[in-house]
Design a protein around this ligand. Structure first.
Ligand SMILES: [Zn+2]
Length: 466
């Protein structure tokens, strides 16, 4: 069996991955807070852990991997949107409007991530469905002396677990206090203590609890849901490296103190962040966009995925328009090469070896280029599909094989010839506009007419031209 090596943030080394139970390899990835469209940076961990999920399924069998990714649907921004809609006259209770907003953004999220060729996890729990389990875990932490209630809040006492707190991110509690901008509150025993439960106002969703009507803190959600769905010890926990502290550190503290006999997650994987044209993506720099924005502009999801996979997950990824154009051109070539071809029985060994080396997707892509240049269409197809590329359901955008562009070019050339005679260019203009609308670049010269598919070419729009 293939040995997968993964860089474990906890030990800061690349280790052989040995699952607790090869019959059921378990992975938890922190999912989105569903208050709006996912931006391009949000998509990176989704693609990274989708590749890992596909690799685990390849090695251990599709039915022997359990992947859980949560939805955080307890959030001030969701509440704010619901409240604004209520004030604007929307029907329904505030709870219903909150639920509606979450449903709406979850729908967008699944659509946009699906467009990137990612598989849906086996379980996608919503925080609001696990409030009872969170309350039970918090009660347990209080009983065990790791948490305390104060002024309607419940806080985790970091001093109760000094030996473990900070290990993942590699800092001591004292260092953290010195360096961090922590919220100082009169009810906190130590400024690093973090919220497990907080009170809710009448205008906000809330749940009854032993500490009054309130709602859970963000960190306890992941601890409670991963325990319910994966148990007290599981194999892999993933997320962006912006979550390492405080979120993951706090998850570890909660889970290890509530279930001291368990290990929580054995291997921690963190992906690096995404940049755009060499700069941090931010609204103030004007380079902020969502996955939906790109799809709307005609950048196929497969192209986005291709660009992502060219960079190793532990390196910063730079999204550039140039990379997107090159990816699109390459994918068109590969799709043409593999049109009508059945994939080989399995991916090329070199591709599996690269992926098994701490998800070296860049190395795997180099192998795909090699297979393409060797003309090994079957091997290319099987290998690309292991990476979630060249999947049949993702190829509609590149479906040029079924369209005879030469016939369209001839038609435009004939229309031009007639127009020269009768001085009526309306048909030429009509055709040109239709081809441009379909995403074709129209090149007209003395030698003839050429139609070149550009970004966002949509063959289905050509049917209307005829
Ligand atoms: Zn989490």
């Amino acid at each position: 069996m293939t040995t997968i090596k993964l860089h474990n943030t906890r030990t800061r080394t690349k280790e052989d991955f040995v699952p607790i139970d090869p019959e059921n390899v378990r992975m938890y990835v922190c999912g989105p807070t569903v208050y709006d469209r996912a931006h391009l940076g949000n998509a990176r961990p989704v693609v990274v852990f989708d590749v890992l999920y596909r690799l685990l399924r390849h090695v251990y069998g599709a039915d022997h991997v359990t992947y859980v990714r949560n939805f955080t649907d307890v959030d001030d921004k969701i509440n704010a949107t619901a409240l604004a809609r209520k004030k604007a006259g929307a029907e329904g209770s505030l709870e219903q409007l909150v639920q509606e907003r979450s449903d709406e953004t979850i729908g967008w999220y699944l659509h946009d991530m699906g467009a990137l060729g990612t598989l849906e996890p086996n379980e996608m729990p919503r925080a609001t469905q696990y409030i009872d389990q969170m309350i039970a875990m918090i009660e347990d932490l209080i009983v065990k002396g790791h948490a305390y209630a104060a002024e309607g809040h419940v806080l985790f006492a970091v001093d109760s677990w000094k030996e473990g707190y900070g290990k993942l991110s590699g800092r001591s509690v004292d260092d953290m206090i010195a360096g961090a901008r922590v919220e100082v509150a009169p009810y906190k025993k130590n400024p690093m203590d973090f919220v497990l439960w907080k009170p809710s106002t009448d205008e906000l969703p809330g749940w009854d609890s032993p500490w009054g009507r309130g709602r859970p803190g963000w960190h306890i959600e992941c601890s409670a849901m991963s325990y319910e769905l994966l148990g007290e010890s599981f194999d892999i926990h993933g997320g962006g490296n912006d979550l390492m502290f405080p979120h993951h550190e706090n998850e570890i503290a909660q889970s290890c103190c509530a279930h001291p006999q368990g290990e929580f997650a054995r291997v921690w994987l963190h992906n690096e962040m995404l940049q755009v044209e060499g700069k941090k993506m931010s609204k103030s720099l004007g380079n902020f966009f969502t996955v939906h924005d790109l799809l709307e502009q005609g950048v196929p999801g497969e192209v986005i995925r291709f660009v992502f996979l060219q960079t190793h997950y532990r390196k910063p990824m730079d999204w550039t328009e140039k990379k997107a154009r090159e990816a699109e051109a390459t994918l068109r070539k590969w799709r043409a090469l593999t049109a009508g071809v059945e994939p080989a029985a399995s991916a090329a060994p070199a591709v599996v070896v690269a992926l098994s080396d701490d998800l070296n997707t860049a190395g795997a892509m180099t192998e795909l280029y090699r297979l393409a240049s060797d003309g090994d269409a079957e091997g290319l197809l099987a290998s690309a599909q292991l990476l979630g590329l060249l999947l049949p359901e993702m190829g509609a955008w590149a479906d040029t094989a079924s369209v005879d562009l030469t016939a369209h070019a001839d038609r435009l050339a004939n229309a031009r010839a007639s127009a020269m005679q009768n001085k009526d260019f309306s048909e030429v203009d009509r055709l040109k506009a239709a081809y441009i609308a379909a995403g074709l670049e129209v090149r007209m010269s003395k030698e003839g007419v050429e139609l070149v598919p550009g970004a966002g070419f949509d063959a289905s729009k050509l049917e209307e031209v005829l």
